[in-house]
Design a protein. Structure first.
Length: 442
């Protein structure tokens, strides 16, 4: 397969760079760690390496060096669409190269052969309680697929060689990326459409096929393409990406690793946030502007009432970003270009909050970043297209995040990254060093 061969040549070119850094410059200091970073979740400690994406506080995410608008502009588009296919983006994440139409077609053909999910996986999901959360089901489904791991089979073969181990990670990663939308669509239909399953359409790209399998409109095909790409990666420090990297660093195969990543994504401080933002927005709408146009004056007063009551404005603020999340803007632009959606009452409310909230939060003075993040917008789009099952929103996130996580661990193995094992300290040690003004390096 040409993508794998291209990736192999890039890996062979890249390995000497990593080896030289370790051998010749391994003791060069690039950062210092403070007590608040040590206690506060390792925030801003530069100790992870990825070339897949980088999150700049002022500029936002760059995929392989390109901003979101640059990425969307550069990649080949799906037929009849202004959005690229997920397949073209997968090629781009893995190699850093913008693929040709022929290369995208080859990836699409490969995904068609990889996307078939074994019947036993579906039966395992059908055996679960129907009220189980879709993220739990998705994680279980990924673990059920582990039986077919090519990396695990290679490791157990007695012929394991760390130099070419990445090739088997690549195989698992490609299988997982191709299958997870099929798995997610099955879960959606099982839980919310009385198990009315829709067969794969072999003529459609990954995003369009997902829309087809959950009975969505033609227009939603672009929503799926956009959503999966925007949620794919956000450098390595977020919980889902870091967890996937951490678990795979033990040479656990991609299925074990990404199931763990999904479990982290399910948390309310990570992927669950989009669901919670939408729920808050709907309650806000019901309380303040049920039958009234959301004016600037009305929303300003309502937001101050919210803050003065000791509540937060969810969807605003980010651990790294110090500007409006470009993923928010991409989704907002989609809404403004879409007839019907741009006039939807819920979107109009979200738009007015966007106009007002940064100023209110700045004046309030207790928020480091008063700008909206991706979660402030994404749920509104899903709701408009009739996906009212908010529990499923994080599963949608999980489909997209698989792209970045799988591209990253493919490169982790290619460059032979070590087992991740940070050193711990005790509270007494921190107190001692605090009293002494720092830890002695002698």
């Amino acid at each position: 397969m040409a993508l794998k061969e291209t990736l192999k040549s890039k890996i062979e070119e890249f390995r000497p760079r990593t080896n030289k850094l370790i051998k010749d410059f391994g003791k060069v200091k690039i950062d210092e760690v403070t007590i608040d970073q040590c206690i506060g979740g390792a925030r801003d400690i530069r100790c992870l390496v990825t070339d897949i994406s980088y999150l700049d506080p002022q500029e936002g995410i760059r995929f392989r060096g390109k901003t979101i608008p640059e990425t969307f502009a550069a990649l080949p588009k799906a037929p009849g669409s202004t959005y690229p296919t997920v397949e073209s983006f997968w090629y781009f994440l893995l190699t850093g190269d913008v693929p040709s139409e022929a290369q995208v077609a080859e990836v699409m053909t490969e995904f068609k052969s990889r996307q078939i999910v074994a019947p036993y996986v579906f039966e395992a999901l059908r055996a679960l309680p129907k009220d189980m959360h879709p993220m739990t089901m998705l994680s279980i489904g990924i673990l059920a697929l582990q039986r077919q791991s090519k990396f695990q089979a290679y490791y157990s073969s007695g012929k394991f060689n760390k130099t070419n181990a990445w090739e088997y990670v690549y195989e698992d990663a490609s299988d997982l990326v191709a299958r997870i939308p099929v798995l997610a669509a099955f879960i959606y239909n099982l839980k919310y459409r009385k198990d009315k399953q829709v067969e794969i359409n072999p003529k459609l790209d990954l995003g369009a096929n997902f829309a087809h399998m959950i009975g969505q409109s033609e227009q939603y095909k672009d929503v799926a393409r956009m959503y999966f790409i925007l949620h794919s990666d956000h450098e390595s420090g977020n919980v889902s990406a870091h967890t996937t990297h951490l678990v795979h660093s033990a040479l656990s195969d991609p299925y074990y690793a990404y199931s763990a990543g999904l479990n982290g994504l399910a948390g309310p401080l990570h992927g669950l946030a989009n669901q919670e933002v939408l729920e808050w927005t709907k309650k806000f709408q019901e309380k303040y502007c049920k039958n009234v146009e959301p004016t600037k004056e009305l929303i300003t007063k309502a937001l101050w009432d919210t803050l003065n009551a000791g509540q937060v404005i969810p969807g605003y603020g980010h651990a790294v970003l110090r500007k409006t999340d470009p993923r928010y803007m991409s989704q907002r632009e989609f809404c403004l270009r879409t007839p019907g959606l741009k006039d939807d009452p819920l979107f109009k409310l979200v738009s007015m909050i966007y106009e007002v909230a940064p100023g209110v939060l700045t004046e309030h003075g207790k928020t480091k970043n008063p700008w909206p993040n991706v979660d402030a917008q994404s749920g509104v789009i899903q709701w408009y297209y009739g996906i009212h099952e908010q529990d499923f929103y994080t599963a949608l996130f999980g489909v997209g995040r698989a792209l970045g996580c799988m591209a990253n661990i493919t490169w982790d193995r290619a460059l032979g990254y070590a087992l991740e094992r940070p050193k711990s300290v005790t509270t007494a040690m921190l107190e001692k060093w605090a009293a002494e003004g720092g830890r002695s390096q002698a």
